[in-house]
Design a protein around this ligand. Sequence first.
Ligand SMILES: Cc1cc2nc3c(=O)[nH]c(=O)nc-3n(C[C@H](O)[C@H](O)[C@H](O)COP(=O)(O)OP(=O)(O)OC[C@H]3O[C@@H](n4cnc5c(N)ncnc54)[C@H](O)[C@@H]3O)c2cc1C
Length: 279
Amino acid sequence: MKPIAFNYERATSIEDAVNLLSEQNVFAKIIAGSQSLGPMLNLRIAQPELLIDITSIRELTDVASTQDHLDLGACITHADIEDGRVPDPSKGLLPHVAGTIAYRAVRNRGTIGGSLAHGDPAADWVSIFPLLDAELVVSSRRGKRTIPAADLLVSSFTTVLAQDELIETVRVPKLSDRARWGVYKINQKAGEFAHAIAGVLHDPERGHFRAVIGAIETAPIVVADAAMLFSGPHGPDLAERVDEKVVERMLDERAVRDAYTRQLALTALKRAARQACGS
Ligand SMILES: Cc1cc2nc3c(=O)[nH]c(=O)nc-3n(C[C@H](O)[C@H](O)[C@H](O)COP(=O)(O)OP(=O)(O)OC[C@H]3O[C@@H](n4cnc5c(N)ncnc54)[C@H](O)[C@@H]3O)c2cc1C
């Protein structure tokens, strides 16, 4: 199939893009890497009247650094991160994850903003940016607002973004040298979406001990105080001390009923914990 007819505008600035996006009575959609929207247009799952191409907006590929965090422009691609073309605030976590997304052709074009806005619960960044306690800076004609990445997804393919909002940057806290992380993605072959993904991050200098359990067909479970997932304090045998009852309860709260999905989630968490301890 082919898309229905649509108008196309190449936005020249963020202001230009948000003005186009808020035009009255026009169903407009942003297009970035086109890796998710392209197939949806071809299948006519998405039928926008106007496509706003944001890939020529220079600020959206910029990186800004402060003492505490790095602002990554929304049009930075997975490959930019994988190849180290942008600085890494995460001690290797972001490049590691980027390299596991799809295959090279998709990573060359797919963007972090597009992946987050698309809201696929099996996608990598919707779980990993919450693990890092990142925030999204979002623009519309009404101004800017900041959304914790942990609050982005409401459920499968549903985010808190309004129709006229553009993700401008992803603000990622810088990890200290003492930070340790583990991320484990379960899929049957390289380049596939996750069947389960989990992450554990411990950064004693920043006071972070966080965990995420994702790809559970709805918003990921983000645990800001990961100590509650483990019996006893942080230590080298963390994976052996996962409190399965707590994880079971969290999966119940998300209405994850399928036994296979639940088992994969638990396994991914244990393996991520093992990596985070370097054992
Ligand atoms: C074969 C294949 C395998 C894949 N495997 C994986 C995988 O393993 N893991 C994974 O995480 N992903 C995977 N993906 C998805 C890929 O990462 C996409 O790049 C990503 O989901 C969408 O990014 P995009 O830039 O292409 O966005 P687009 O397709 O251009 O847009 C997607 C959606 O986001 C909106 N949007 C785009 N940019 C913005 C913005 N800045 N602000 C607000 N809204 C915006 C668009 O309007 C649209 O609704 C795969 C894709 C393919 C085709």
